[in-house]
Write a protein that binds this ligand. Structure first.
Ligand SMILES: *Cc1c(COP(=O)(O)O)cnc(C)c1O
Length: 406
């Protein structure tokens, strides 16, 4: 007889988990598509997609099949050996993008850590020790390792952990003149999110990305796009750079790549990958068969016209309704973002109240996200049903009406 599971609830969190998070009051136990059930059996609509991760919703049959099939074959083999799912996934990513080489890891932070280390190694080998500066945008988010919080340029995440990584320069986002002033022959890389995610779903201007590309070329620096949040169909293209026509030297992705199974990837060209020779970087779990089998199934499904066109169509459905809600209650001043990465910018009267909307939505059995205190963020499944969108936005409207009435 298997041991029955230990009974636990939300109160246990405060007793046994390191308090880096403050999760909602309910505990989800099951998901299917864009619906989630909690311990009490309450059914919620999920417009968060696990923060842009559950790219095909919960328990998608093709992903369950890929995972369980691989689970019966081979879970882990170490990087002393290669494996078929990793090779297949790399083939698919290389075929679908500018890239010629992939490095697999387990998270967005690790993908960026690899990208920054590779850029530094590239700088060192092509321009000497002084070519080590990384130029990044203020208010960007690249992960929580010490290197990535330092590059992220948000003191609230990087201060108070002792000496920081040196040689990082921060510039205001979307300010090409500031970028010009910061990039020099000492620069080994410029790193940008095509849409700043965590700090408010703020898209880069086309001319900014083009200008960044030109600056990198002029100074033999690498252009890194952090597509951890925007990648894998989220914006209606397989990767956001495809819409802009600006091609990076290194692209990092994670969140949606595994559809909920942890995996990250750094993609680059052969010319740059060469600077990471045998033994210069590594990982125990990166490229493991389970993660790569699931990610391979994700790419097969997401990288199709049906799904990508569907993302653009769903964006329109969301946008029209959100704009109406915004006008009716005076709550949103702007709906921004691309595809199914949507930011509802709170109007002046509502500034700082994204958490109130989050809480009110939860009371209506709706899961939404914040992106900073002034933006309500939606990042649902790319294949969310029309009925779930309509019902979800009905619930959002009820939540907002309650807040207005209160
Ligand atoms: C979430 C995120 C990361 C960090 O990814 P983790 O998997 O949490 O390490 C990095 N960059 C961007 C743009 C992100 O949105």
């Amino acid at each position: 007889m298997p041991t029955p599971p230990l009974p636990v609830n939300r109160a246990d969190f405060d007793q046994v988990i390191v308090p880096t998070f403050a999760p909602a009051a309910f505990v989800p136990v099951r998901g299917e598509g864009s619906r989630v059930w909690d311990q009490s059996g309450r059914e919620l609509i999920d417009l968060t997609g696990g923060i842009a991760v559950n790219v095909l919703g919960h328990a998608h049959p093709a992903l369950v099949a890929a995972l369980t099939e691989q689970a019966g074959q081979l879970w882990h083999i170490s990087n002393v050996f290669t494996n078929e799912p990793a090779l297949r996934l790399a083939r698919k990513l290389v075929e679908a993008t500018f890239a010629e080489r992939a490095f697999f890891c387990n998270s967005g932070a690790e993908a960026n850590e690899a990208a920054f280390k590779l850029a530094r190694r590239f700088g060192h080998e092509t321009g000497g020790a002084q070519k080590h500066e990384i130029v990044a945008a203020l208010n960007s988010f690249h992960g929580r390792t010490l290197f990535t919080v330092t590059v992220g340029g948000q003191p609230k995440y990087s201060d108070g952990f002792g000496p920081k990584i040196e040689g990082i320069r921060h510039v205001p986002y979307n300010d090409l003149e500031a970028l010009k002033a910061a990039v020099s022959d000492r620069t080994c890389a410029v790193v940008l999110e095509p849409i700043q995610g965590e700090s408010g779903i703020l898209p880069a201007d086309q001319s900014y990305l083009e200008g960044a590309r030109e600056l990198c070329d002029a100074h033999s620096a690498l252009l890194i796009f952090d597509e951890v949040q925007t990648g894998v169909g989220r914006t209606g293209d397989l990767f956001a750079y495809m819409h802009t026509g600006v091609i990076p030297d290194i692209l990092t992705t994670a969140k949606s790549l595994g559809g909920g199974f942890p995996i990250g990837a750094m993609l680059t060209t052969e010319r740059i990958a060469r600077h990471f020779g045998v033994g210069t970087h590594g990982t125990t779990f990166g490229g493991n068969p389970l993660a790569c089998a699931v990610a391979g199934a994700v790419i097969d499904i997401v990288n199709t016209p049906e799904v990508l066109d569907g993302v653009r169509q769903r964006h329109q459905w969301f946008r029209e309704r959100l704009e109406r809600i915004g006008e009716r209650y005076g709550i949103f001043s702007l709906i921004r973002g691309r595809g199914l990465l949507i930011g509802c910018v709170l109007s002046d009267a509502w500034k700082g109240r994204a958490k109130d909307v989050f809480d009110a939505a939860e009371r209506e059995a709706l899961m939404v996200l914040q992106a900073g205190p002034d933006v309500v963020r939606l990042a649902p499944s790319l294949v969310i049903e029309r009925a779930d969108i309509d019902e979800g936005l009905d619930r959002l409207e009820r939540a907002i009406a309650t807040l207005v009435g209160a």
